[in-house]
Design a protein around this ligand. Structure first.
Ligand code: GLC
Length: 527
């Protein structure tokens, strides 16, 4: 019977020299965001990692901007509650990583949207709910890894605050971790995820990448067999981190540099057994994903977009649109009378979030473009107005049968949102248009929770969570009834700022360095 991945990994470790083992425990600067040396003597190919959860983020030597698909965000997929769709999406996204020559995808993000204005909620499948995150992550891990790409569940664990993210301690009791924050990772482990990324933050004052308790839970209690990779520059010690369960330091070797590890062995702080376990886990993942038997053959300079992927991106964005309100059955819009017009206002090119999870699209279909394409030949004219002059906008709205207002905001890694409001006078624009046309439909595009103060004064509201490059076509599919908007809210839309009642001690934390205590325990979001 053929040797198992674990047996093959153990056999390879036996054949490796200490230097070869140490060379696999830290990254090197090369073509991709993350690169681990090959061991050619033993037929071990390099490990090539790239961001991120919403698609291949083009960096330095990996081709032209626009050569990969800017997929809908993880939260968008999460709001679909559709595991079949999620698996198809994950497989298509992984194919693009393969085409670009990467063999590891730095995603899915499966944190919990504990903090309504957290900067990375758009990157997390779960929304507010561990059951949703657990359901969706299984499909995404399968979709990615069935393509021979290592998936990377991130960020382990309690990385819910971006403010002072490299210093803050998330102080969370064990029951809350086990019932709210661990379950999506447990589901990823059960689905066979082959890598997990430990996070920047501390948990109960101990940095995640050297936290005996949390890494011990992951590897011992939860049965994780793959490897733990640090977030970029998130490693902080050599012996403590290795003993706690860190296996691979990225992006380069500082604490896991070969010399640092050799010195720690010499001081008898760590053993060869500790090193063997780390390397065996990395090899186990590579063998399980099929990377040893099918080394990466893609081309980082390739253009891996396709009509098929554009269509899938459109399908996902449409099926993940949440219909918040449809008073009087104004939706779906009919394609007559042909003498009428549709006026489209507002912010129409915000379709992705910022940071390592950003993918710059080759194009963005705006709502006006999508609606125009859907109405081609109908005789209905589509008039776009940015809405910067409210009087002018209201006057146009009054002239057309229907008014569509596209409003949006976004967020990014490394900072939490100052406010849940749309900002930039967008609330005033909606109010002005709604006053001028009783058939006003609002398209909301947000990276998470958002305030909708005018919700009672418009008949129809559709919500997307940074839906990617095909936004306008997806919106048109929903507006004209080609796709039924059957997605659901993955988190609560609050009535006001900080409706959850966080004190500074709870978020963003107080003291130096920041301590954020999760005194709400299980009662997050709608709970
Ligand atoms: C970033 C992010 C992580 C990303 C990594 C590589 O800081 O926290 O999600 O995968 O570094 O870019």
């Amino acid at each position: 019977m053929a040797a198992s991945p674990l047996e093959r990994a153990a056999e390879l470790v036996k054949q490796m020299t200490l230097k070869e083992k140490l060379s696999m425990m830290s990254g090197k600067v090369d073509t991709y965001v993350g690169n681990v040396n090959a061991i050619e003597r033993l037929g071990i190919p390099p490990l090539y990692m790239q961001d991120g959860p919403q698609g291949f983020r083009v960096t330095g030597k990996t081709g032209e901007v626009g050569s990969t698909t800017a997929w809908p965000s993880e939260m968008t997929i999460g709001s679909s509650f559709d595991t079949e769709l999620a698996e198809r999406w994950a497989a298509a996204m992984a194919q693009e990583f393969k085409g670009k020559g990467a063999n590891m995808l730095l995603g899915p993000g499966i944190g919990i949207a504990r903090v309504p204005n957290a900067g990375r909620n758009f990157e997390y499948l779960s929304g507010e709910d561990p059951v949703l995150g657990s359901l969706m992550v299984r499909a995404v891990v399968k979709g990615i890894q069935d393509q021979g790409i290592i998936a990377n569940a991130k960020h382990w664990v309690n990385n819910e605050i971006e403010t002072h993210r490299m210093l803050v301690s998330a102080n969370v009791d064990l029951r809350t971790r086990r019932e709210i924050y661990y379950p999506p990772f447990q589901a990823a482990v059960d689905a066979g995820v082959l890598s997990v990324m430990c996070s920047y933050n501390r948990i109960n004052d101990v940095y995640s990448c050297q936290n005996n308790e949390t890494l011990g839970h992951l590897k011992n209690d939860m049965g994780f067999k793959g490897f733990v990779v640090s977030d970029w520059f998130a490693a902080g010690t050599t012996s403590q981190a290795l003993k706690a369960g860190l296996d691979l330091e990225m992006p380069v070797g500082l604490y896991f540099a070969e010399a640092a590890l050799e010195a720690a062995v010499a001081r008898q702080e760590i053993s060869i057994r500790d090193i063997d376990d780390a390397v065996r886990r990395i090899l186990y993942a590579m063998i399980s994903a099929g990377i040893l038997d099918n080394p990466a053959v893609g081309n980082p300079l390739a253009n891996v977009t396709s009509d098929e992927h554009n269509a899938l991106s459109r399908e996902i964005a449409a099926k993940s649109t949440v219909l918040l309100k449809n008073e009087g059955g104004i939706l779906p819009l009919e394609k007559f009378p042909s003498s009428s017009c549709i006026a489209v206002f507002g912010n129409t090119d915000v379709v992705t979030g910022g940071g390592s999870g950003n993918v710059k699209p080759a194009y963005v279909v705006s709502p006006a473009q999508g609606i125009e394409a859907a109405l081609a030949g109908s005789g209905i004219s589509v008039i776009y107005n940015p809405g910067t002059d409210l009087t002018e906008a209201a006057s146009l709205a009054a002239k057309c049968r229907t008014a569509i207002v596209a409003v949006a905001t976004t967020s990014h890694e490394g900072a939490d949102r100052e406010s849940l409001s749309l900002g930039d006078g967008q609330d005033d624009l909606v109010t002005a248009i709604a006053a001028a046309n009783k058939r006003t439909v609002v398209l909301v595009n947000a990276p998470g929770a958002v305030l909708l103060p005018w919700a009672d004064s418009v008949p129809a509201i559709l919500v997307s969570w940074l839906p990617g490059q095909e936004f306008g076509n997806a919106v048109a599919d929903v507006l004209f009834g080609a796709i039924n908007p059957s997605a659901r809210l993955p988190l609560t839309l609050p009535n006001k700022e900080n409706e959850v009642g966080f004190t500074p001690e709870m978020f963003p934390g107080v003291g130096t360095p920041h301590e954020a205590t999760y005194t709400e325990e299980l009662l997050i979001g709608y709970r």
